[in-house]
Design a protein around this ligand. Sequence first.
Ligand code: AMP
Ligand code: ZN
Length: 459
Amino acid sequence: MKLYNTLTRKKEEFKPLNGNTVRMYSCGPTVYNYAHIGNLRTYVFMDLLRRVLKYEGYKLKGVMNITDVGHLMADSDDGEDKMAKSAREQNKDPYEIAEFYTDVFFKDFAKLNIGRPEVVCKATDHIQEMIDYVVGLCEKGYGYETSDGIYYDIEKFPDYGCLSGNSLDDLKAGARIEVNDEKRSPYDFAIWKKAPKEHLMQWPSPWGQGYPGWHIECSAMSKKYLGEVFDIHSGGVDHIPIHHENEIAQSQGLTGKNPAKFWIHGEFMLVDGGKMSKSLGNTYTIEQLEKMGYSPMVFRYFCLNAHYRKKLNFTFETMDSAKISYERLCQAILKHKNASDNLDEEKLNKYIEEFNEDVADDLNIPSALGVLWTMLKEPASKNVYETALKFDKVFGLSLDLVKEEKAEIPQDIIDKAEKMQLARKEKDYATADAIRNELASLGYIVKNTKDGYEIDVKA
Ligand code: AMP
Ligand code: ZN
């Protein structure tokens, strides 16, 4: 299969480095608030990548971190820690905040059929690994101490910017200059921060009480669980210019290697053509969408209609169309569900081949969905139903759970059926049969089940 590698800016043939197992690291959430639909688009993308790799026959060792310390408001070295801010605002302990939002996050995963990576690791459980990493960087001359923390010396890594294509010179020309006289270069970033007394989360370290920089957690945890070099590192496109650039710099400093062979990034979701933000009130959650009548599967279907490297614009009009399409898709599946005929094998294999080509071509899920739609237009066939469910191992749209809606049964019919049951109990089979025939003439079939009986509408 081919995947687009941000590092080389090309689609490249993908093969795991070791055997048949793909080692993959995905940047996880900062658990200080509810995940919004933009965040969740990125995890639907992570899930699609995992599903396609499994479909291709690979085993997975996926790692996702939970950021519960160190991510500052400005995504850089300034501002309050997001966890501490949320804890202060809600008058709670930051660990309580982390537990609450982590729990909601995984409930969203379950609703959206997003598979949980094999390893989920919290930053606060890996403080020692991060300290060791920072000590290592200092020993190798990449880290230096100032009065407020330990910084990475960017000039020591001339390839800084290799992922985003920004050279150090470009950065120098364009970046805002921070006021921190002690930094050797304004572009140096914190790998460890010294904590003022009142700082909520802090740990002892060789540099006194402190807390980790945001970027160091991913380097320390990916190295611990996946080794110095692994197959795939994924995340949202916003991580390319800073977070992932800094992860690469840290790994190069400590191990001399780029930590991942493939760097894969999902594009952003927009709302009404613009940015999502709290102040615009457009950072919807899955729960809010559910209250508005859009099921999580409709949202997943909506995400699947855009390639992961394309921006996806969320509007209620497009969500309405997604809802209609998803309902039609379910109807189309039902047409094939109880069929007894089979589609000609050669025809079916053509659909399977097209589907296989699409998913192996840098996850062309929108095109693969097109194949599913065309296949479902075939006359009702059992093997089409079975193939659709195989495709759904990649889509994750719960197509196996789609059931015929039971028609509402009028009360007088239920009353007749009850009478029939009573007659049967009293062994008055003549009356029972008479009622059964009467119901049949009205269009209803009564079937005996192990728990009693069921009334079906005649086809
Ligand atoms: P955070 O919890 O802020 O660390 O973000 C979690 C993930 O959501 C990151 O991988 C981001 O790249 C991603 N993300 C944030 N905003 C959006 C958006 N509007 N569209 C898609 N992904 C996003
Ligand atoms: Zn990360």
